[in-house]
Design a protein around this ligand. Structure first.
Ligand code: GDP
Ligand code: ZN
Length: 469
């Protein structure tokens, strides 16, 4: 029976971020949401939503039923339970972006019987109706606040349950182990201890290894959200600032300003072809003569320590000098690209020759010819960065990512629990003690996918959602 899914009273909210885009989506979910929209919607084809099949799109106008004034031209998506986000009847109104129009439409929906959704209430219903587990719900939250396409894709991956599958698998393994030990404790007369201890040790170690793998993905999660930290280094006047500005123009949207931009560097957060780059121009303060040399190398060293990728800019029109070489020595053991800049002017050497002068055969494949000033070759830089980070080092979309602090903390406890198990086995402590640590690990993993979280934790998570989700 479809009826049983019709769930809570109708709730409505604007589900697109405030103040962005020319189109906004107003979402309505719950009992009678179709009737409520019907009351304020006049389809161009004079049909009624009530009689329309599920998952259909209708063109028409939102009309004030009292005055018959047309408020906006809209597209209405009709989605009947249970194949919807909340598993309730859902209607989405695509309207124009102005705050006034959106407010008017919401008002009309309230007059027809909907109420304003609480923050996270749509997602909460999806969770409560069994549509998703907690890690998926959190992925939705990340989706809402994710800053670029790529972190968006990663959120979608988690949403599909990749993380949950992995966690379920690990918990399955732990549960097996617990069952065995329980049998041991309950039937000591069989005296299987020695065999089992060995087994416990092996199984626990294997599970621990997988958990530690997962832990490492938490690092890539950080990269996605905070951006790939890219430092631009090189001696004065090679064109670092020009490059930074060119990359800034190249980006599709300035996503956010980084608060706390330091005095000695210029930092920008850019979306380069869907990649969140956190660009740091080390040139910031120091283009005053003499002291430059030492500082340039120092900054390169620091950048090499702190950055995920280093862009070293050299002037193609000049011979490489001692400072260039010193900078190169600082970065060569890291992920780096050498941008042979000003190639719009006469070059002193070819890229091959520059590589030879650097004295590192590996360097050649890291050298790209560009002109920051004429914005040439930057698309190659973009695709190289993409390749470096997304084909190789960080395999986005392949591994489920631990993507937030709560999950990370739970995983940390799980790992600690399992390490305690292994220690316990080694020290030969009684199995019922080992059982305690195992249970801790098991519960901690369960918290990641929401299998045994308390109501207040759930409440806290959903209240952090934006309105309209
Ligand atoms: P920085 O000290 O490394 O930050 O260098 P700047 O970005 O301030 O550039 C130094 C000078 O080189 C400026 O006059 C730029 O206009 C010029 N410049 C930078 N990139 C290019 C380029 O690709 N071609 C040419 N012809 N000039 C460039
Ligand atoms: Zn500069």
């Amino acid at each position: 029976m479809a009826d049983q899914y019709n769930g809570g009273p109708a709730i409505a909210a604007i589900s697109t971020p405030a103040g962005t885009g020319a189109i906004a989506i107003i979402r309505i979910s719950g009992r009678e949401s179709i009737e409520i929209v019907d009351a304020v919607f006049q389809p161009a084809d004079k049909s009624s939503l009530r009689d329309s099949p599920s998952h259909t799109i209708h063109y028409g106008w939102i009309v004030d039923p009292q005055t018959q004034d047309s408020v906006d031209e809209v597209l209405v998506m009709l989605m009947r339970a249970p194949r919807t986000f909340t598993r309730e009847d859902v209607v989405e109104i695509n309207c124009h972006g102005g705050a006034y129009i959106q407010g008017r439409i919401l008002e009309l929906l309230f007059q027809s019987g909907a109420r304003l959704a609480e923050p996270g209430e749509f997602t909460k219903r999806a969770f409560l109706n069994g549509r998703m587990d907690l890690s998926q719900a959190e992925a939705v939250m990340d989706l809402i606040s994710s800053q670029t396409d790529l972190s968006l894709r990663s959120s979608i991956h988690t949403l599909k349950g990749g993380l949950r599958e992995k966690i379920d698998m690990l918990r399955g393994g732990l549960l097996d182990l617990m069952t065995q030990i329980e049998a041991n404790i309950d039937y000591p007369e069989y005296d299987l201890e020695d065999v089992t201890l060995d087994q416990i040790q092996k199984t626990a170690a294997a599970i621990l290894e997988k958990m530690e793998d997962l832990w490492r993905t938490a690092e890539s999660g950080r990269l996605l959200k905070q951006g790939i930290k890219v430092a631009i280094v090189g001696r004065p006047n090679v064109g670092k600032s020009t490059l930074l500005n060119a990359l800034l123009r190249e980006q599709r949207a300035i996503v956010t300003d980084i608060p706390g931009t330091t005095r000695d560097t210029i930092e920008e957060f850019v979306d380069l072809g869907g990649m969140p780059l956190h660009l740091v121009d080390t040139a910031g303060i120091r283009e005053t003569e003499d002291v430059v040399e030492k500082i340039g190398v120092d900054l390169a060293r620091r950048a090499a320590e702190e950055s995920d990728l280093i862009l070293m800019v050299v002037d193609a029109g000049m011979e490489l000098d001692g400072e260039d070489r010193a900078i190169f020595q600082e970065i060569r053991h890291k992920q780096y690209l050498i941008l042979l800049n000003k190639t719009d002017l006469t070059a002193a050497h070819s890229a091959d020759e520059f590589a030879a002068i650097l004295g590192d055969p590996q360097a050649r494949e890291h050298i790209l010819a560009v002109s920051a000033k004429e914005e040439k070759g930057l698309d190659t830089v973009e695709s190289r960065i993409r390749k470096l980070f997304f084909d190789g080092t960080i395999a986005i979309g392949k591994d489920p990512l631990i993507s937030n602090l709560r999950q990370k903390e739970a995983l940390r406890r799980g790992i600690a629990g399992l390490r305690a198990v292994l220690r316990g086995v080694e020290e030969g402590i009684p199995q019922d003690m080992i059982m305690i640590d195992l249970t801790d690990a098991y519960d901690a993993l369960g918290e990641i996918s929401g299998h045994c979280v308390k109501d207040d934790v759930i409440q806290e998570i959903f209240s952090r959602f934006c309105l309209g989700k």
